[in-house]
Design a protein around this ligand. Structure first.
Ligand SMILES: O=c1[nH]cnc2c(O)c(F)c(-c3ccc(F)cc3)c(-c3ccc(F)cc3)c12
Ligand SMILES: [Mg+2]
Length: 215
């Protein structure tokens, strides 16, 4: 029995999902976490909203804050057009190691790069160290206490331009009240609220989409 929950999830995927098939990996993570052990992936219900927003944005460069096991990175990468890429930031090295294997097994490793470290250090280095000019889509799913600071950092580093889309998880549970206040009142975002449920649960949760209108 693998020691850590995240390793048990990876083991289950390796033993039951179809290698090279990102949809199969996503489906099997959802199956394991709804039947066996709860884990904090965005999940199948909120995942369908994520899919819809990714499809309507059709992004070339995606930034994800909070990789965890690689569920949403796999979910997003499966929808990306050839030549596009996803950079995902994870500060927990053990989770990053699981995510690397999950992404590899799903066969999306050519589109996904895992950046280990904290967002406050990595975001300011994206232009210089990772050759990013602008990000078209940001999935914010790390710590709700960092949502606002990291959004302001993306603005200050000029990584988001007019039309860039932010999509934040958990704006109801655990909640991100200062983030909602900021994007809805600062005058630089067009916001949309998507009510849903906490992953693998009937508790209420929601995603907030914030489309940048420019500085
Ligand atoms: O931390 C997170 N990052 C990203 N997504 C998350 C997510 O989608 C979640 F559903 C939860 C969650 C919410 C309720 C709960 F009871 C347990 C965990 C967390 C979370 C929140 C606070 C913690 F102390 C630990 C985990 C996160
Ligand atoms: Mg989340």
């Amino acid at each position: 029995m693998a020691q850590r929950l995240e390793e048990r999830i990876l083991e289950y995927v390796k033993q039951h999902a179809a290698e090279g098939d990102p949809q199969s990996v996503v489906d099997h993570i959802d199956k394991y976490c709804s039947q066996n052990e709860w884990a904090m992936h965005v999940g199948d219900e909120k995942g369908l909203i994520l899919d819809q927003v990714v499809k309507e944005t059709n992004p070339t460069i995606v930034l994800e804050l909070g990789t965890y096991c690689g569920y949403s990175a796999t979910r997003i990468a499966r929808l990306l057009k050839p030549g596009s890429r996803l950079l995902t930031v994870e500060m927990n090295p053990e989770n990053a190691a699981v995510a690397k294997q999950m992404i590899q097994f799903a066969g999306v490793q050519d589109k996904v790069e895992i950046l280990e470290g904290s967002t406050e250090v990595i975001i300011p280095s994206l232009k210089t160290k990772y050759g990013v000019d602008r990000v078209d889509f940001v999935f914010i799913d790390h710590f709700s206490e960092r949502y606002t600071a990291d959004t302001k950092l993306l603005e200050e580093c000029q990584l988001i331009k007019k039309g860039s889309v932010l999509l934040a998880d958990n704006v109801v549970f655990p909640g991100a009240p200062d983030f909602l206040e900021y994007v809805r009142t600062c005058g630089r975002y067009d916001c949309t609220y998507y009510p849903s449920h906490l992953e693998y649960s009937d508790k209420l949760d929601a995603l907030e989409k914030a489309v940048f209108k420019g500085p």
